[in-house]
Each structure stands twice: as structure tokens, then as C-alpha cells.
Design a protein around this ligand. Structure first.
Ligand code: UDP
Ligand code: MG
Length: 322
């Protein structure tokens, strides 16, 4: 029987876990689908500050198919997902949000496509739930910029809700960068992809942990980890400004030669200084973003640290029951 891993990254999700388990039960009991699978759920506690971890552990007491991986602090969803990939033992894995925004009922459809031979079956959000208007617009503009600057295809309206075949999981696991933008990695690794449309519902309880600050960080991460186009942009800007300055220089020289030099042009001078200063700072900032990432990657730190697995301290593995 084929084994399916469900990877569920959780950060402060105490109010959603019971509802999630209730939703998962029919799936785990193979009553949603005519095909039968062996199931494993990997719940990753990404350093939650509430009782998420103890709730997970009590769920495991009830159901052995649930595995609980606890990270030593909050490493962010991207790294929590990597932890899930590392510990998943299934022939394929489905990534699910703990807040029930990704419909469990759609998982059989993902599996159907997988059985047809697709390696990476992603959910395409038809409706985005009750997201604030401004966040929707922000996302739209962002994807437009991202697909404009990057060579690889980045799919709009596609989140982390997807099924990955074992071969994709192994490839993603091989990419150990700590500054992760998993959405870019899915398209980078390639493999045959298929789409399943679904309506994203609202968060069951609690509020999104992606504040605007975190979203902006993720957005910058997405661009800098996916493409070096901003560096190219800085170079092209530099060349364009240099050419424009040369033209202006010739104009000023010619003007001075033919019409003398009454000391004027203060506004021009200020404009030029401010414009050039702005461009230089922008370019420095762009270079800085990349250097910062080089700095972080050269440290070679692990993307996440596991505190416990199913209630046992990490180095006490292997351990079957908590
Ligand atoms: N999450 C996580 N670590 C974090 C932030 C979020 O594991 O640092 C999990 C969270 O528990 C949820 C999923 O990632 O299962 C999506 O998070 P959220 O619902 O806050 O984001 P949104 O749906 O608003 O994009
Ligand atoms: Mg959510």
C-alpha cells in the first residue's frame, strides 16, 4: 500500500488542532476515497508560545499515525516545512495549513492526479477567502513584479498547498539554503506539474501570523533567493545614468563655451545630486541584500533545530512512542 505523509506546520494553532484532526479523521480512515493508502501525519510545532505542542502530543496519544516534531524555536513556515520534508517517510507528501484554510476534501483530488503520474500537484486558489483587500492587491502586484524579474515561472494564486512525489521531496531536501522561498524551489526543481483548483476558505480560528512586515520580508526573500535581476537592474540603471550624465555634461560644456558662464543652475545641481544619491543608495541597498544573504548562507547553520520528536529529545532517537 502506498504511504502518504501529511505535513502540517503549526505556529500558535491551539484553537485549530482539534478541528483539524476532526477533519483529517475521514481522510486517514480512507473513507473519503475509494483508493486505500497508509497515512502518516507530521505535525511540526514551529516554536509555538501557546499549548499547541501539548495538544499535538495528546492527539498522538489518541492516534499513532500522528507524529509530532517540535522545533527549538520559531524558525518560520519555510523551515518548518523543510523539517516536515526531512521526516516524511511517505511515497508522497501533502502540505496542509493547520488553520483549515486548505480544504482536506481536496486531498483525494491531488492524489488522483498523482496516481496519473504527475510529480507535483499544486492547488490553485480560485477564491482567496476573507483576506483583506489591501493584502490581495499587494500579493497581485508582488507576483507581477516577481514574474517580471525572474526567468523561471512563478505561479500566481498558488500557495504551499500541494502534493509532492518522493522524488520532489528528495530534491527539495537537498536544497539546504536557510533563506528559503519554497514556492520558488518548487518551480526550480521542475518535474511534471498538474493543477487542482480549490476555494480557499477563511482561517478557522486565530489570526494569520504573517504580518505585513513578515510578508514584505518574504517578498524580498522571494526575489533575492530566486533571481539576481535586481543586481542587473542596478547595473543597467548605472549605465543609463552615466550616459545621461555624459549628454548633460556635453550640453553644459557647449553652453558654457558659447554663452559664457553666468553662475546659475542651483536647482539643476540639487536635482542631479539628489537623483544620483538616490540611485547610489538604491544600488547599495540591492547589493547589501545579496551580501546579507551570502553572509547568512556562508555560516552554514542548519535551517532548523529539532527539540523533540514525539515527545523524546532529538538526540535520543530512535524512539517509537512518546
Ligand atoms: N506557520 C508556521 N510558522 C510560522 C508561521 C506560520 O509554521 O512562523 C504555519 C501556521 O501555523 C499555518 C501556516 O503556517 O499552519 C500558514 O500560516 P498563516 O495561516 O499564519 O498564514 P496565511 O494563511 O495567512 O498565509
Ligand atoms: Mg492561514
Amino acid at each position: 500500500m502506498k504511504k502518504v505523509s501529511l505535513i502540517v506546520p503549526c505556529y500558535n494553532e491551539e484553537r485549530n488542532l482539534d478541528a483539524l484532526y476532526a477533519k483529517l479523521r475521514p481522510l486517514l480512515d480512507n473513507s473519503l476515497d475509494s483508493r486505500k493508502y497508509e497515512w502518516e501525519v507530521i505535525m511540526i510545532d514551529d516554536g509555538s508560545r501557546d499549548s499547541t505542542l501539548s495538544l499535538m502530543e495528546s492527539l498522538r496519544q489518541k492516534d499513532e499515525r500522528i507524529n509530532v516534531l517540535s522545533l527549538s524555536r520559531n524558525f518560520g513556515k519555510e523551515c518548518a516545512m523543510l523539517a516536515g520534508f526531512d521526516y516524511a517517510s511517505g511515497d508522497c507528501a501533502v502540505i496542509l495549513d493547520a488553520d483549515l484554510q486548505d480544504p482536506v476534501e481536496v486531498v483525494p483530488e491531488l492524489l488522483k492526479k498523482w496516481e496519473e503520474g504527475y510529480k507535483d500537484v499544486y492547488g490553485n486558489r480560485m477564491a482567496r477567502g476573507n483576506e483583506p483587500w489591501i493584502r490581495k492587491q499587494f500579493t497581485l502586484v508582488y507576483y507581477r513584479i516577481l514574474s517580471g524579474v525572474s526567468s523561471g515561472e512563478v505561479l500566481r494564486n498558488v500557495g504551499d498547498f500541494r502534493l509532492l512525489d518522493r522524488c520532489c521531496i528528495d530534491e527539495i531536501r537537498a536544497l539546504r539554503e536557510t533563506q528559503r522561498y519554497t514556492k520558488g524551489l518548487y518551480s526550480w526543481i521542475g518535474f511534471s506539474k498538474a493543477e487542482v483548483c480549490y476555494d480557499r476558505s477563511d482561517r478557522n480560528a486565530g489570526k494569520s501570523s504573517f504580518s505585513y512586515r513578515r510578508l514584505v520580508n518574504l517578498a524580498i526573500e522571494g526575489i533575492t533567493s530566486h533571481t539576481t535581476s535586481p543586481l542587473r537592474f542596478a547595473s543597467v540603471m548605472g549605465i543609463a545614468v552615466a550616459l545621461a550624465s555624459l549628454a548633460f555634461l556635453i550640453y553644459v560644456l557647449v553652453k558654457t563655451l558659447f554663452y559664457g558662464d553666468p553662475v546659475a543652475g542651483y536647482p539643476t545641481l540639487i536635482c542631479v545630486i539628489l537623483f544620483l544619491g538616490g540611485i547610489q543608495l538604491l544600488s547599495l541597498g540591492i547589493i547589501g541584500e545579496y551580501i546579507g544573504r551570502i553572509f547568512l548562507e556562508t555560516k552554514g547553520r542548519p535551517p532548523y533545530i529539532v527539540a523533540s520528536i514525539n515527545g523524546c529529545r532529538h538526540h535520543e532517537r530512535p524512539c517509537k512512542d512518546g
